[in-house]
Design a protein around this ligand. Sequence first.
Ligand code: MRU
Length: 362
Amino acid sequence: MKIDGKPYRTIWLNDDGWGVDIIDQTRLPHEFIVARLETLEDTIYAIGDMQVRGAPLIGVTAAYGIALALRTDAGDQALAAACDKLVAARPTAVNLAWAVKFVRAQLLRLPEGDRASAAYQLAAEMADEDAEICRSIGRYGVKILESIASKKTGPVNILTHCNAGALATVEWGTATAPIYMAQAKGMKLHVWVDETRPRNQGAALTAYELGQAGVEHTVIVDNVGGHLMQNDMVDLCIVGTDRTTASGDVCNKIGTYLKALAAHDNGVPFYVALPGPTIDWNLENGADIPIEQRPGDEVKYLAGRTRDGKMEAVDILAPGSSVANYAFDVTPAKYITGLITERGVCAASKKGLLGLYPEQAG
Ligand code: MRU
């Protein structure tokens, strides 16, 4: 991803060889700030407060968090405690639990003195792998866009929800990787960007990174998508996912389900882009996915920049009203046209997924 023409990943090891640098996503789009993680506590805060967010990125961040924790104490107990705290930071995206489990299992085989450096190495490998996976999702996804472009004149209109872009991963993004590749090939594109209340990942992050990449886009409030689809203004939807079950049910940012219903009703193809580590092979039914509930203040207060340039949060609630803040919902597999993975595109079904990941059978 290029920011003001300079290439960035979303997380990287500082030149000092141990601190971990991240783009603080709570400050975007108004300020581009690089924050530094030095401890396990910094990492837990960064994940919980959403300085870093998006399923693949929080997995990689947690892996670095383990490395930071082990600098202080690399014993079995400290490792277990660090892993438990990291997994609890956000419950829905399975990448976080997957990354922590994987790194922990590798480290337990090593003597304590070797663990911290091995954890840094594993985190760096995970970051590289995520970038490669997203690149591959892009290669498969761009074929879908090319096929739609070949059947129409004018730009391909894509609707996306939340931010499943480069900022949610290490590079490229999942839902955005096909878009960036199509843009590089010179395809005419236009992206409808759902604002994505209450954290506004669409308005603040997707719009920001599409703008940086020169992709034509329009931000819409969350309830516009259905109207656009009824009026033939959307050629396809592409969204990301935080956890996909073995049978192809997709959990993603709250509001995704309503877009899938509208797409189904209007015959608009609805694709989900996902890396293999986002598949929870232990779950069949989307209803069993734990849905994160976040602080009510995210609903009560609207955060942004005032006309005179100050960052403020304003109260939008009637006094005394209570709020609920469900962060994710589940789209049943039957509403999904296809899953775009790093191994190819498949039906949202057990058969489709096992066709691409046969090693998971049995
Ligand atoms: O709450 P967030 O911002 O972490 O939610 C992110 C999403 O829902 C993304 O769509 C999902 O993680 C896929 S990211 C490639």
